[in-house]
Ligand binder design. Sequence first.
Ligand SMILES: Cc1ncc(COP(=O)(O)O)c(C=O)c1O
Length: 465
Amino acid sequence: MDGKYNANDLSQIVEADKAHVWHHLTQHKRFEKTDPRIIVEGKGMRVWDQNGTEYLDAVSGGVWTVNVGYGRESIANAVRDQLVKLNYFSGAAGSIPGAQFSERLIAKMPGMSRVYYTNSGSEANEKAFKMVRQIAHKRYGGKKTKILYRDRDYHGGTIATMSAGGQDERGMQYGPFVPDFIRVPHCMEYRAHDQGLGDLSGAEYGEAAANAIEEVILREGPDTVGALCLEPVTAGGGVITPPEGYWPRVQEICRKYDVLLHIDEVVCGVGRTGTWFGYQHYGIQPDFVTMAKGVASGYAAIALCVTTEDVFNMFKDDVDDPLNYFRDISTFGGCTAGPVAALENMRIIEDEDLLENTNVMGARMMDNLNALMDQHKIIGDVRGKGLFLGAELVRDRTSKEPVSEAEIGAVVDACGAQGVIIGAMNRSVPARNNVLCFSPALISTADDIDQITEVVGKALTKVFG
Ligand SMILES: Cc1ncc(COP(=O)(O)O)c(C=O)c1O
């Protein structure tokens, strides 16, 4: 047989999976007739499934996570050595890798100062929300409790983070949600006409999109708004790169109304966009930065809520108040595997110059996608930063009518059939799940990038002619 494995060897695994595993984001009815994909092994940019079929992974583990690629023995060895020394102690105490990684990380985040360890992106965001709420109670007589979030952004799958979710289809059937999360409009220039801003472009559009945030603050009352939570580049909501002029104005508005700025770097964090953090492209200074996926490339679960010293000080300045500290714990925030894997992940990015590679390969992929756009009218827009890119498919470039989610699924399947795993928006924004997503590992070579876009081109021809 051609494949790496004999399918029969894994038939029991497939049966056990089908009988007992509840897959993420999956309608299971189809597994009555077909088998789920089981990923068995990974090396570099490639993974193999239960049939031994090889795939080039253009989405870093499906959800923009495995930034340094698969099969990194140095991370596995570092984790192993740490686990036999000390695997865990509650985060009320410190650990050697916890202290070391915090120091290394903060050196890359000027203006930031404190690292709170937790174990998922959703949880890291919830920690920031809790801090904002506690600050509202401590500092502002319980008033500044509102947290603004943006249309199309995603901050996690828990009920509180879904309350801050800008993807309506994801939220359907999971309400009621938590009060005092307030939506602001998106900043997607390609669909500015949805906002009545269709005649603006570039910095004019960017400033207008930011001004829409100010309007919401004024409508709600600045004395009620504690924080604004945004993705630097929106991921699952359609790979939305911010327009020119947007971020400086956002920062100005936050300062003007004493609104804390929380940047969700769960996808962009640690190299994905060609800088350590996405926000660092835009010269802004956040109060909270949350991160997870790429921090340890999925070699261990780790997530962080990073704050400034000013925020931190608000939780220790009054020792006479028995409530005056962050009364929160995350059990697995005390696992040492996360920070030790993150340290080695960071070393790899530095020693292999992966930020530079991300910029070079990201530019190549953008050029390739633009070339595809010349050949395929179905591509209405391509966007991206570093190795974080998207292609929006529309039936007609003038009306921008989105293709259906089924057609997007057919493109993803056609790529899979040619041995390349790509991503796509998934039941996120009603009738607008029309963006193909690409986030190959930061180790991508020119051949990998060219293979991905060549396969995408063939898939578009197959599905749309
Ligand atoms: C921008 C963003 N924030 C938060 C999360 C939630 O992270 P987790 O799934 O680790 O809870 C995600 C997950 O996709 C994300 O894309």
